[in-house]
Design a protein around this ligand. Sequence first.
Ligand code: TTP
Length: 200
Amino acid sequence: MKLIANKNIILATESPRRKELFSILGIPFEVQPSGIVETLDGVYTPEEMAIKIAHNKAIVIAEKNPDAVVIGADTTVRINEELLTKPSDKLQAKEFMKKLSGNTHQVITGVSILGANVSIAFAESTLVKFYDLTDEQIDAYVQSGDPLDKAGGYGIQTMGGLFVEKIQGDYNNVVGLPISRLFQTLLKLELIEFDKELTK
Ligand SMILES: Cc1cn([C@H]2C[C@H](O)[C@@H](COP(=O)(O)OP(=O)(O)OP(=O)(O)O)O2)c(=O)[nH]c1=O
């Protein structure tokens, strides 16, 4: 199958994982990191927060590119009503791993699609259960430095995936972009379509 984009699409991200996942669509797109500080004032549910931060990322780029469709995303991890974003250092990464060990957490990615008379957002949620981890496993993983640029302090697509016992929901959502739901949404909005020449 071949898709075409009906608008210029910009992914407002500096995440290599999001860029790679979006590439699956096989359409041209630009990447422009928003560089915003990912904090919010006020009381929100984790889903609302992920959507609002995703929107804040998209709006910065949409203002600079009024004719484009801009997509922003934000991923956060919720465990026992606590939110884990990116660990600030290895010590915090260890704390995160201890919390995740043996438990089920929720990975929420908010997505905002903005521009060209479109403003749509959604939050996708995936449940992930970790095995019981030993201190040795946690220390070795944290020492690798892999947790530091990732929400919740692990990468399911890297060695962090070795700790996952079970997952319920979209795997790509955990990696940082629920690409199947995004694909369905972009199709419905007619921002992308099938290349009819090739599907005849
Ligand atoms: C849970 C999990 C998160 N992550 C990553 C995805 C995101 O890049 C990151 C969450 O941080 P985000 O703040 O959502 O994204 P980012 O700062 O990396 O990129 P940008 O804001 O520019 O779009 O954690 C993984 O790569 N694997 C995982 O298993």
